[in-house]
Every structure is written in C-alpha cells, then in structure tokens.
Design a protein around this ligand. Sequence first.
Ligand code: 9MR
Length: 559
Amino acid sequence: MLAGSVQTRHDLLQGAQILVNQVGYHPATPKQAVLALAPGTAAGIRPGWTPTLQIVRADDGQVVWEGTMAGPSEDRLVSGDTLYRADFTSLTAPGRYVAQVVGGPRSPEFAIGPVYRDVLYAAARSYYLQRCGVAIDDPITGVSHALDHHEDGYVLVDDPFYRAGTRLEATGGWHDAGDYGKYVTTTAVTAAQLLKAYELYPQAFADGQLHLPESGNGVPDILDEVRWGLEWLFRMQRPDGAVYHKLAGLRWPGMIRPEQDVQRRYVYRITTQDTAKAAAAWAMAARIFAPFDAAFARKALAAAEQAWRFLAASGPILDYPAEDNSGSGPYDDRDDADDRFWAAVELWVVTGRAEYHDYIARMARTGLPAYAPVSWVNPAALGYFDYVTLGQKGDPAIRARLVQRILEGARSVFQTYEQSGYGVPILAGSFHWGSNKEALAKGMLLLFAHHLEPRPEYERAALAQLDYVLGVNPLAKSYVTGLGSNPPRNPHHRLVKASGVMVPGLLVGGPNDHPQTKAIRPHMGPRGYADVTDSYETNEPAIDYNAPLVFVAAHFASL
Ligand code: 9MR
C-alpha cells in the first residue's frame, strides 16, 4: 500500500466529535446533533461532502433515524470550529439512543423521554444538599456531613445595634458554592428565581418530588427549599430593617468538610444592595407563599416593608473594605438602584401601595436600571417582568417602556445566539466567570419575552442553552455534576473533595477567558475550562448559577 495514498473518511474525521445533549431530549422538543471539527482538523474535508447521521437504539443497534447533516458552517465568532448539524426532532419514541456519523464518530448514549424533569429535580435538589447548619445524611446520593457551622455568627464591626463580637443567631441558609460562606446577595437572587420558576411553572413542581425532610407537608418541595434560604435572610436583618451582607470566616477553609470548618465566622456589615435584594425576595415570597402559609407570608411582607423603610431613609451604603474579603467572596455590587427598583416593584405588586409605585415612576423619569440577564450584580429584569405581568393597575406608559426593553433584550440575546454555532449567546472574548450561568440567564430572558409574545424560535434558543450546558459544546462536557456521560468529576467543592462523594445537580461556572489559576490559558473562549479541583474560576458551582438552570429546566419540564 502506498503510504498516504489511501485515506478513509474515518481518518479525515479524526478529532471530530458528535455532540448531543447527554441527558437527552423530550419527545416533543427540538432535537439537534452537531458534528464538530476543531480548528485545523477540517482541512481534509471534500467540498460538498454531506455526512450522514444515524440514530441507533442503544440496546440492539437498530438504526431508527437517518438523515444528512447540514453544513459545513464556520463558528467564527465563538469557537472557530467547523460544524455540521442534523435535526432529528421527528424521532419521538422514548428510549435510549446513540447518534453516529456514518464512517465517523459516535455520541455517548442519551435518552428520549421526560428528561427535563430529571434535570430540574437534580438541579433543584442540590440546594437541599447545600444546606448549612444541619446534619445531612442523604440516602439517595450518599452525601452526608455532621451538623456544621452551628455557631454562625459573630458581628464583625460595631454598628448602631451590636458591638463587634456579639453573637447573632444566623445559622441555616445555603453554602454559597464550593466554599462555606453565606451571602445575602446570592441567597436573595437565588430564592427569587426559584420562586419565579415555581410561579410561572407550578405544574413542574409538586410536594414530594425532591425528597426533602419537609416532603409531604402539602407545600411544593421547591417552596420548602426556598423557605430554608428565606428564613436565613430573616436572621440577617438588623432591627432597623437593614440587612447584613454576608456571613463567613476570615480565612478560606481548606478542602475540608463543613463540620471541620470551626473557625469563628462573622456577620459582615450591612449594605443597601443586600437590603433591597432581600426586600424584593421577601415581597415575592409574601405573594407566592400566601396560599400555603399565611403567617409566613405576613412575616415575609413585614420584613420586606421594614427593609424598605430603611432604604427610603438611606442613600446607598455600599462599602466593602478589601481586608474583609480574605476568607470569602466580595460580591461587591457598587450600584443599588437596580435592587431598589426590583424591591419597589415586588412591594408594589403585593401591597398595591402608592409609595412603591411613586418610586418606580420617579425612576422611570430619571433613568431605569439596565435590563440584563438576572445576576447578583443586576436582578432588575425580575422587576421588569413582574411589573408588566403582575401589575395590572400600573401606568400604561411605564408598562409599555418595560415591555419594549424586555422584547429588545430578548432580540439582542437571540441575535447573538444566531451568530453562534453552538447556540451559546456569548461571543469570543466575552466568557466571564460563570459563563454557563450567563447562558442560562439569557435563556431566561428569552423565556420572559416568549411569555409576553409567544415566539417558538425564542423558546428553541432557550432550549439550546440546556443543550449547551449538557453537552453540545466544544469540550463535549456536561457542566452539571451527576448528569450526562461526561460531567464535572472534580468540581471545586469542599464537601465533594473532602468526602469523595459527588453532590449531583450542580452547574459549574464554565469557560472563563480570565484564568486565576494555571488550569487554563487566557482567552480560550468556550474551551477555557478545566475539570480540576483547583480551578475555582471555571469549575466551581454556586447557588446563583443553579437558579436559572432550575428556571429554564422548569419551563421545559412543564411542557
Ligand atoms: O460568581 C461570582 C462571579 O460573578 C465573580 O466574578 C467572582 C469573583 O468575585 O465571584 C464569583 O462568586 C464566588 C464568590 O465570590 C465566593 N463563593 C464562590 C462563588 C463562585 O465561584
């Protein structure tokens, strides 16, 4: 045989991979498989070549679907990859399958079935496994730890109510991420997004589905879990209504179990961004818990109104001395206007009081906060959406402006999505810490717009975000622990590392253009991720990352 003269198609496809949502697809939703050739590996492909995709049954190898793949297209603005894609939406029979390119690569096994429920339950249940101040011994996952952080916490600096060193009862809440800190900033925006997921998609949630200690109490499990976070927020409120920023130790703990983290933990000073975020989350809770627990709803409303009174009498307090942050994340949100706007909307929706609407109207005159994917920096989108969907007595002119921004916001996300081969609406150069969360939060913006004016292409683009984080990405990675065939195995997570037991359902931050460790190089776009424990900037989960995952999964689980 003459060396180099015979090349099989298989050789040409060396380095190519077939990408699917590794969890799978719902019978009724769009299904795409992507053949990806990394930069430099597509050179031998003959012009006009059309790969054939087959979907085969996993158990007996029977081909149940076959079609040609469209392409090639260059993913110029995100990955640089050459892509072919096939749409096998017409395959609806539940089962387990593999996608294979004739003469080329095979995908891992995936399911057709009620898969978004699996994603939703795993993602929502992870909050239970992040609970602080309680022993966990979970028969389903094997996750366990002894009672932890039962002394939380001590006031860090003198304030008008407490001297430094005073013990405040602030046990409970959720561990923020792979660290054990507890932050009002993320707890409030997380609780709010989970509440919103329940409010928009109640049919996706039920009592008993998450197997919580509270299951069977007649309240949907997701609300029981949110309550765990909200109860901790109550404990973080000062007698004058202001809310403390965070509760954490002064040094990062090693990769130890929570009960081994016995350093003294401190309640950090109040901020108005936290006060406003907590007020908004409580006000949402007041309306959403009302049918289940009127007393709890009243308590949440009282806390929210008291927080508002503090805000009304105070300018921005956003002081984060740098020396405070050597054992916890800063979450230094330098602008509280978006948070106040959101709080005003939620308080107005639940009380109908003019004071709150006056505040919104004043902001509408002087400048509304930016409409952006919900984040701990700017959660205003929740206020936009709740004003236009729940504020029937609102001002039509304000309403029209908010609607316009919601629609424009979705249009802009959709345009970026369309420019992206993988459908991730983040272009090269813009992969920041928590990019996976950003993708899903953009999916949430698409669903907000779809809710106002149904557009199937927006819904499909939102679904593409689930596909992206569950395997349709250049690394063929599922970014959710415990889900799919190639999930994170070494998340930056203290309990996982110390116990060797995986906490399932956690979305890790994902590709990040700006490395802080040696695990990745700068500006690798959607390849800037490493499944190693050290890489906290790409491989750490966080409660606020999971929140839009729950939201988007709830939409599709409710179909
Ligand atoms: O998710 C946060 C990201 O937006 C910030 O850029 C980053 C740096 O401040 O912090 C991330 O949040 C971390 C927090 O500071 C501490 N707990 C773990 C969080 C996830 O990595």
